[in-house]
Design a binder for this molecule. Structure first.
Ligand SMILES: *[C@@H]1O[C@H](CO)[C@@H](O)[C@H](O)[C@H]1NC(C)=O
Ligand SMILES: *[C@@H]1O[C@H](CO)[C@@H](O)[C@H](O)[C@H]1NC(C)=O
Ligand SMILES: *[C@@H]1O[C@H](CO)[C@@H](O)[C@H](O)[C@H]1NC(C)=O
Ligand SMILES: *[C@@H]1O[C@H](CO)[C@@H](O)[C@H](O)[C@H]1NC(C)=O
Ligand SMILES: *[C@@H]1O[C@H](CO)[C@@H](O)[C@H](O)[C@H]1NC(C)=O
Ligand SMILES: *[C@@H]1O[C@H](CO)[C@@H](O)[C@H](O)[C@H]1NC(C)=O
Ligand SMILES: *[C@@H]1O[C@H](CO)[C@@H](O)[C@H](O)[C@H]1NC(C)=O
Ligand SMILES: *[C@@H]1O[C@H](CO)[C@@H](O)[C@H](O)[C@H]1NC(C)=O
Ligand SMILES: *[C@@H]1O[C@H](CO)[C@@H](O)[C@H](O)[C@H]1NC(C)=O
Length: 892
């Protein structure tokens, strides 16, 4: 009893000492720290025994009152309480880069002496309080990187001294037409919000403006001509809005401009020649608009230019010779335009070029011989033009070069000898008129991964040096006149995944050593004169999944039973050979999608798994008179057609079938034709119906689709970053620099192509939570669907725990946060989504980590969509990954 009393007294004493010795600002800070969760390092330092808080960490005083509060990047969480308004003499508050959540308290408006307020990069929500109108002295306001919403309040225009206003990366809506009475703004950044309406004319009166950052909003209307009044403007970013109309010529008066970024809008008209007056311009981004007409040549005379991105417009014009004199030019991307004329022959001579992409224009003449003079060129893409002449030797001797694409031009002559090509990993020279031999020096380009020289006039044998390209994954030399027994040379290319040599003159049989190419997923050798037997070693290429094409090669003998190991194979073409024997070896090929066995000498019954191909036209069994359909296993669907007869001895049903056919033959041929026509029409109608529902979708997504396909080189294995339950995931870096994780759905096209799935995708696309991977887009091709997710730098939790070498250190706090974040994400899916989404396959591979190690759940909701038919099946089957299923699951 006495002890308790004593405790009470002590507590009372503490309270008294606390209240009477610490200044009111100090008390306010301690009160603030109730809701604001400070790290130990700070909370242990903020001692209630001090008389003022002036020596506390993060605090600075003027005249014993708190003037600066700087807790930036201390790992502070919790929320900001109303007590902050009790510190009347605060001039600067910096709480940036923490994890503070909750609302911005209106009481902050009581700190009327504030000049600087930085709350950026936290998790604050709600709006900007109206009380901010009292902050008449505020000159710097940073609220970027939060979850603030609502419209920007009119009260902002009462802050007459506001110079720097940064509110990017929030969820602000509404427009910004409110008037700044005396506009002293220097920087105005509101990128990545949902601001709509027009860009206000009054901005032209803010003559001190140096930065306008309006990237990624919903601004519409025209770009106001008044922006031309801004003589100090150095950065103007209006990218990714819905702006229309022309680029105002007045922009040419903004003589300080260094960055003019108007890309990804709906701008029309011509590029004004006045832009050539922007003598400090470094970055000119006009890509993805509807700009037309001639691009003013004088703009190419701006000496400071570094980065010119004009792609995806309808711009025409010539490149003037002065382009060759630019001393700073690094990136020029003009693809998908109508530029004509020759590329100035001196291009690259004075410039430190890094990336050149002129694909899909009308350029003629030769490739500039000195394009790599700066020794920094990494990407040279000039495909789909009308370039002629030979490939300059500098292209094959550019030490920095990584990627070369010159496909679809009219290039002639021989491929130059390769010298300095240590970084080169991709050369596409397809569809030209290149002749001569494949240079043996190609063997020096040791990083080479993809070689597409198909559709040229190359001749001669494949040099043995090609066997040195051990990193080669794709080799496409099809449609040339190459000859010899090349395959033995290529057997050392252990990483090869796609080998295409069809339509050449290779001879000498398929060597047994081909089994060494055990990474092959595609093998195209059709249309050669290989001869010999089909060796059983082909059957050990167990990864073959895309295609095996050995057609038209004079192959003889039986199909070896080992071919039955290729259970993942989707396309098999053995047509036009002299192969014989039965098809029994193929009875395990359950993934076949395309089959051609026509014009061989196969005989015996067609295995059950291949019966489905009877309906294909032309029949894959054509020209094998010995093949037949067997009805032995009592399959009611067994029937013959005009290619395949029933196997003898005839079953009862077979006789009936024959009689039926005879009746039909004897009966009206017209009726038969009519029936066929009906079936044909019905098929067509239902098909068009599906297509119609999707054409809009196809059109909208097609340009991005093409870009995804291009950037992954048509889903080349080297871009694979993972495999999930429903498909393979690739990393796609689009030309705009956006990076996506692209999931290619393996589900069959018919399953994907249904409108209700698209609706579901749209729903999923709108789900936003910090711990869920954002679904960015959904693209459809006839054969597959693609889901685009935001890319996660650190990979999956599985990678971090088990995969990467050396394993990164995972502190317990990070592990805890991963667990907590994952739980938050799941709780959101279960409780806040309507209808609730059950993931059904939570495991480390489905928990992805961003660069800050924040967990994001992936693959949610997809299971439901893919397995849509029939809905009842959803709840019955056991789903998930063994080892990660919920305990006590009811195994029915
Ligand atoms: C708080 O930290 C300051 C230095 O930043 C130090 O001078 C002061 O003594 C500390 N106070 C306490 C109570 O630890
Ligand atoms: C605020 O504190 C951080 C340390 O967290 C320090 O780096 C920064 O310089 C401080 N800023 C001011 C204005 O004192
Ligand atoms: C706030 O402090 C951080 C240091 O963590 C600094 O980078 C930032 O510039 C400061 N904000 C302002 C407006 O000075
Ligand atoms: C915020 O919290 C996350 C975990 O949720 C952590 O990884 C991060 O380091 C924290 N940020 C700061 C600035 O303390
Ligand atoms: C906030 O985060 C952005 C993007 O991560 C970064 O560029 C910026 O410097 C950060 N600002 C502060 C004050 O930490
Ligand atoms: C502080 O601000 C709140 C809300 O803005 C207001 O109601 C209150 O009267 C203010 N207090 C003082 C002391 O000015
Ligand atoms: C802002 O977000 C909060 C939740 O953070 C929500 O309650 C409120 O309705 C939103 N306000 C507006 C104007 O969208
Ligand atoms: C810009 O300022 C001028 C005079 O200072 C004024 O007449 C004009 O109305 C202002 N324009 C806008 C759009 O506010
Ligand atoms: C290449 O094309 C240009 C312009 O079309 C033509 O003048 C030139 O003669 C051609 N050169 C060669 C080698 O065919």
């Amino acid at each position: 009893m006495g002890l308790i009393l004593w405790h009470w007294l002590l507590l009372l004493f503490n309270l008294v000492s606390l209240c009477c010795s610490l200044s009111s600002d100090g008390l306010a800070l301690l009160a603030l720290s109730k809701r604001l969760i400070l790290p130990d390092m700070i909370s242990s330092n903020w001692s209630s025994y001090d008389s003022t808080p002036c020596r506390w960490k993060g605090v600075q005083c003027k005249m014993n009152s708190v003037a600066h509060l700087n807790l930036s990047y201390y790992g502070v969480s919790g929320s900001i309480g109303p007590e902050i308004g009790r510190m009347k003499y605060l001039e600067q508050i910096n709480l940036s880069r923490n994890n503070i959540s909750g609302l911005i308290p209106p009481e902050l408006g009581n700190c009327t002496l504030l000049t600087l307020l930085d709350l950026s990069n936290n998790s604050l929500s709600g709006g900007i309080p109206a009380s901010f109108m009292n902050l008449k002295k505020l000159s710097q306001l940073y609220l970027s990187g939060n979850q603030l919403n609502g419209s920007l309040p009119k009260s902002l225009s009462n802050m007459e001294g506001l110079r720097l206003l940064h509110v990017s990366r929030n969820s602000f809506t509404g427009d910004i037409s409110f008037i700044f009475k005396t506009c002293k703004l220097e920087e105005f950044a509101l990128s990545s919000n949902q601001i709509s309406g027009k860009i206000p004319e009054w901005l032209g009166n803010c003559s001190s403006l140096t930065t306008l950052g309006f990237y990624n909003n919903s601004l519409s209307g025209k770009i106001p001509t008044s922006l031309g009044l801004l003589r100090n403007l150095s950065i103007l970013v209006l990218t990714k809005n819905s702006l229309t109309g022309p680029i105002p010529p007045e922009i040419g008066n903004c003589r300080s401009l260094e960055s003019l970024e108007l890309d990804a809008n709906h701008l029309e008209g011509t590029v004004p020649k006045q832009l050539a007056n922007l003598s400090r311009l470094k970055r000119l981004f006009l890509f993805e608009n509807h700009l037309t007409g001639e691009f003013p040549q004088d703009i190419w005379g701006i000496q400071s230019l570094e980065n010119v991105l004009l792609y995806r417009n309808n711009l025409s014009g010539w490149l003037p010779p002065i382009l060759a004199e630019l001393k700073h030019l690094q990136y020029v991307k003009l693809f998908d335009n109508l530029f004509t004329g020759v590329i100035p022959p001196g291009f690259g001579m004075s410039s430190p070029l890094i990336e050149i992409d002129f694909t899909n224009n009308i350029f003629v003449g030769g490739i500039p011989p000195n394009i790599c003079s700066g020794n920094r060129l990494e990407v040279l893409i000039l495909g789909n033009n009308f370039l002629n002449g030979t490939i300059p030797s500098s292209v094959a001797n550019c030490p920095s070069m990584v990627r070369v694409r010159l496909q679809n031009n009219s290039l002639i002559g021989v491929v130059p000898q390769f010298g300095h090509c240590a970084n080169l990993n991709f050369i596409d020279l397809s569809h030209n008129f290149l002749s001569g031999h494949i240079p043996a020096s190609l063997g020096r380009c040791v990083k080479m991964a993809s070689l597409d020289w198909s559709k040229n006039k190359l001749a001669g044998p494949i040099p043995p040096e090609l066997g040195q390209l051990v990193k080669l994954e794709i080799l496409d030399l099809s449609h040339n006149s190459l000859n010899g027994s090349a395959l033995i040379t290529l057997c050392s290319l252990k990483h090869m995944s796609k080998l295409r040599l069809q339509e050449n003159k290779f001879s000498g049989g398929i060597p047994d050593c081909i089994s060494q190419l055990n990474m092959l997923i595609e093998l195209q050798l059709g249309g050669n004169v290989l001869g010999g037997n089909l060796p059983s070693s082909v059957g050990s290429l167990e990864k073959l999944s895309i295609a095996l094409n050995l057609s038209s090669n004079g192959l003889m003998g039986d199909i070896p039973s080992q071919l039955g190991n290729l259970v993942d194979l989707a396309s098999l073409d053995l047509s036009f050979n002299n192969l014989s024997g039965g098809l029994d070896s193929l009875r395990n090929l359950g993934s076949l999608y395309v089959l051609n066995l026509s014009f061989n000498r196969f005989s015996g019954p067609v295995p059950e798994n291949l019966i489905q191909f009877m309906n294909s036209t032309p029949s894959p069994f054509n020209g094998n008179s010995g093949l037949c359909v067997s009805c032995d296993n009592g399959d009611s669907s067994c029937k013959e057609d005009n290619v395949l007869k029933l196997c003898s001895p005839l079953s009862k049903r077979g006789v009936v079938g024959r009689v039926k056919i005879a009746v039909i033959c004897l009966g009206s041929a017209l009726v038969g034709a009519f029936l066929v026509l009906c079936i044909f029409l019905k098929y067509r109608c239902s098909k068009t119906k599906v297509d119609e529902g999707l054409t809009k979708f196809f059109r909208e997504s097609s340009s991005k689709l093409i870009e995804v396909i291009e950037s992954t080189e048509n889903f080349d294995d080297k871009y694979i970053i993972g495999t999930g339950g429903h498909g393979t995931v690739y990393k796609a870096t689009l030309r705009s620099g956006e990076v996506y994780a692209v999931k290619k759905l393996v589900s069959s096209a018919t399953k994907i192509l249904n409108a209700s799935m698209i609706r579901e995708m749209n729903t999923l696309g709108h789900i936003r939570h910090r711990n869920l991977v954002k679904l960015k887009d959904f693209l459809l091709k006839r054969e597959y669907g693609l889901i685009l997710y935001e890319f996660m730098e650190k990979g999956s939790l599985h990678d971090v725990l088990h995969g990467t070498e050396p394993a990164p250190v995972l502190e317990w706090s990070i592990r805890y946060n991963i667990a907590l974040g994952t739980a938050h994400g799941l709780a959101y899916l279960h409780n806040d989504c309507q209808p609730a989404i059950i993931h059904r396959d939570i495991k480390p591979k489905n928990i992805l980590l961003d660069k800050d190690m924040v967990p994001h759940i992936s693959d949610f909701g997809i299971a439901k969509i893919i397995d849509q038919s029939p809905p009842a099946a959803l709840t019955t089957g056991i789903v998930g990954t063994i080892g990660y299923m919920a305990p006590g699951i009811n195994r029915r």
